[in-house]
Design a protein around this ligand. Structure first.
Ligand code: ZN
Ligand code: FE
Length: 271
């Protein structure tokens, strides 16, 4: 198991990336002065508890992006030990045990001086949400948007997922993306297969290779970079559509249909 990575401090807050299970990231956001923390998608309670103890923090809040166990598995233990409330998608309330508050699109979640915005991003699951914290310039996207990829369509349609990704793409360029898994290297191989002349992608792949050689996370990454390099965010780009056609994808003008074909190709490619 890798050690937690200290990431950055913003106005007295720090964001830690806690690797868990095979390739999940749990995100711990702490208010250093108050000694309080919130955690996003705690799949593993022990990983979170160790980080809290090491930093001498009390857990004040648990956020979930969706119901999958690798994102919620630590909820019960942490709620029991710290009395922290659990906030998650209202549309998955029946599938997240112990949920204290269900939230919908546009709702706010408050932790200390931070005001997160709930963005509904269905597709991976039917009730998936993402959390955007303007004060941190940070997007926690769970399994909806990955660096250079997106989540599998377990419960939603391609049209739904495409609509979700467009919402995330509208966030400011300097937003940092914190997603639920370290899938970047595999996603990069797929992206390069389709788009090998994309200079921004080539630069990102060089960076990814360097980081992974040292077992460092490829996250966070700016939305500016994702907008230029993530194939799933580019299916409405005419140049990119031409390239897909050259790669044997059927000609289509509906971005949602192109997105669906691209996601299906990724399923066959793996992850
Ligand atoms: Zn998931
Ligand atoms: Fe997951």
């Amino acid at each position: 198991m890798l050690a937690p990575f200290w990431h950055a401090k913003y106005m007295g807050f720090s964001i830690d990336l806690l690797p868990a299970s095979a390739d999940n990231y749990i995100y711990l956001i702490s208010d250093v002065a108050l000694g309080l923390a919130m955690v996003i998608d705690p799949g593993d309670a022990d990983v979170v508890r160790r980080a809290l103890q090491k930093k001498d923090l009390h857990l004040a809040l648990i956020l979930n992006t969706h119901h999958h166990t690798d994102h919620t598995g630590g909820n019960a233990k942490l709620q029991h030990d710290y009395g922290a409330p659990i906030i998650g998608p209202a549309k998955e309330a029946h599938r997240i045990e112990g949920l204290s508050r269900g939230v919908d699109d546009g709702d706010r979640v408050t932790f200390s001086d931070l005001h997160g915005q709930v963005i509904e991003t269905p597709g991976h699951t039917s009730g998936c949400i993402s959390y955007y914290f303007p004060e941190l310039k940070a997007l926690f996207s769970g399994d909806s948007l990955f660096s250079l990829g997106c989540g599998r369509l377990f419960e939603g349609t391609a049209a739904q997922m495409w609509a979700s990704l467009i919402k995330l793409r509208a966030l400011p360029n300097d937003t940092q993306l914190y997603c639920g898994h370290e899938y970047t290297e595999r996603n990069a191989a797929f992206a390069m297969m389709l788009d090998k002349n994309n200079e921004a992608l080539k630069a990102r792949v060089a960076e990814i290779t360097k980081l992974r050689k040292k077992s460092l996370p490829t996250l966070p990454v700016s939305m500016a970079t994702e907008k230029e390099t993530n194939p799933f965010l580019r299916v409405d780009d005419l140049g990119f559509q031409k390239m897909l056609e050259k790669n044997g994808f059927p000609t289509d003008t509906d971005p949602a249909a192109i997105f669906g074909a691209l996601r299906a190709a990724k399923d066959r490619f793996g992850a």
